[in-house]
Design a protein around this ligand. Sequence first.
Ligand SMILES: [Zn+2]
Length: 486
Amino acid sequence: MKRLFLSLALGVIAVAAVLVVRTVAFTSRQVAPEAGAPLVVDAEAASARLAGALRLKTVAASEGQPADDAAFDALHVYLREHFPRVHASLKREPVGRHSVLYTWEGTDMSTRPVLLMGHLDVVPVTPVTESAWVHPPFAGVVAEGHVWGRGALDDKGSVLAQLEAVEALLAAGERPRRTVLFAFGGDEEVGGQEGAVAIAALLKERGVRLESVLDEGGVIMSGTVPGVAAPVALVGTSEKGFVSVELKVKGEGGHSSMPPPSTAVGTLARAVSKLEATPMPARLAGGSRELFEWVGPEMGFGMRLLFANLWLTEPLVVKQLAAKPTTNAAVRTTTAVTVFEGGVKDNVLPSDARAVVNFRILPGDSVEGVLAHVRKTVDDSRVEVGTLAFQSEPSPVSPTHSDSWRQLERSVRQVFPQVVVSPYLNVAATDSRHFVGLSDNIYRFFPVHLQREDLARVHGQDERIAVPTYLDAVRFYAQYLRNTAF
Ligand SMILES: [Zn+2]
């Protein structure tokens, strides 16, 4: 008995020692680069240029509402007029009616080009909210220290900041060693078929292999990661996939006075409720796992102990994350029942019923895996399982040990020295997914320091960007170009 107690005590001490040693060795991964090179940008002129671009209503097509070609034409003319150096020095290739590819040729053709991306289309403004905007969504106003309008954050702010950076570098007489490509899609908000998909196909046809891709995605924010006091720059190293599963049940129809034990609606309801009750398993993978490896060392001892020892604490961490919808999305393929239709009249048996369940797929899972999960969970031959047309596999996870990552990380710390850089999983889709296969190093990051309330402005009301925030984005892109291509 005494010996048992002794070996148990020794065991506990050994585990405690491992926990503490790992925690002590769990040190910050943040790099301390030399200061970035200064960049001359005229704040007033740059804000006015962005505001002007926000006035052009390049709203993405929606059901029964095609995109306005004239607005896109006007935006392209606007960019030509306002970025003269860019248009004198870079090759400009229109792709489709709305998208464009720019090539800034480097001096060393033996190196792979880098690609920066953004999109020119914006989401529509719901008519009910239009009058509630502080400044009308397409007025393009600079006021109260902000540039206001639809697209300020998503994503004209990013496109124009990239062009400002190139314009400034050209003014300083700089020329890249490595070729730099800029792909600006005109239909990101509706899937990117005529923009990013076409541009990726064009590059593939030309045999281009890209060193890296930088698209919109994560931003810099304070208070997003509990326990980390510093603002965190979240860089998407992967993004979730997407599939909408359609469930259909055929019924007999007829009068409801002598019904079968279950109607088409009842059978479908049972299938849907099984799917809600049986989510796909949660796990810490890809960017979500790496997030804790990067931000963990910046936390207090207790949290460091937890994240330095995921070999032991992972189930606890996953359980905590799965408890809230926002963090649950980062650890599993989510299930959302979004459509349920069936039945026409109270005394008529439904002849068919239909539901749509939207899944956002975690890297590591697949469309095929989701379908297998649905069939197994529903386990009812009366329920027909299919998919809607628009679907995408989750992206591969881009590395955090590549030169491309290190250059990106350095650029963030040079322009935002107080910020903690971390990889993470993008739960929303970006156009960058269409470049999978052209590069291993695909990163999703828009270099702006936002407040939590700003997130609701994206696709929402009163979209705006603070002037200093915008200038930081310009500085970031210039620094990033210097680090990656010069
Ligand atoms: Zn966007």
